[in-house]
Design a protein around this ligand. Sequence first.
Ligand code: GDP
Ligand code: MG
Length: 163
Amino acid sequence: MKPIIALVGRPNVGKSTLFNRLTRSKDALVADYAGLTRDRHYGDGRIGHKPYILVDTGGFEPLIDSGVMYQMARQSEQAIYEADAVIFMVDGRNGVTPQDRLIANKLRMVDKPVYVAINKVEGVDKIIAVSDFYELGLDKMYPISASHGDGIHKLIDDVLRGF
Ligand code: GDP
Ligand code: MG
């Protein structure tokens, strides 16, 4: 059985960019605006000899906090339910947003490994970028750049360890 990894996070943090890089897929649309990917989207990835299934999520209503919980319920919760592990992506250049806190609150109650991918940190001090996100209360944190590829191998290697 291939492990299933769900990619969740608020719009525009870089989920589809990471999905496309890992699955070499052009199917998940990468948008310069929030929330273009409207449905869950599945792709095959592989690290070494280990195959896995990656699930991209999108379609959050932009910037409506009450709506985020609703959308989490409808889309990301299903993806999280199906998954063996979760990658929660945040924007390392923006710091923590209210939407990040809502998602983190939900994920802290999930009984699956959750990895925080702190994205867009190319050219940024990694230690400072990570320290901004300790308040989310999730301990597995990985500074990455989805568009440049930094830190991604280590993240996926750790996610797949144990499967
Ligand atoms: P999604 O809404 O979470 O799926 O985010 P997207 O993958 O559509 O990306 C949103 C925007 O962030 C796009 O303009 C991407 O080019 C940009 N982006 C994604 N990853 C990175 C990164 O590692 N560094 C920088 N600087 N920009 C990124
Ligand atoms: Mg997307």
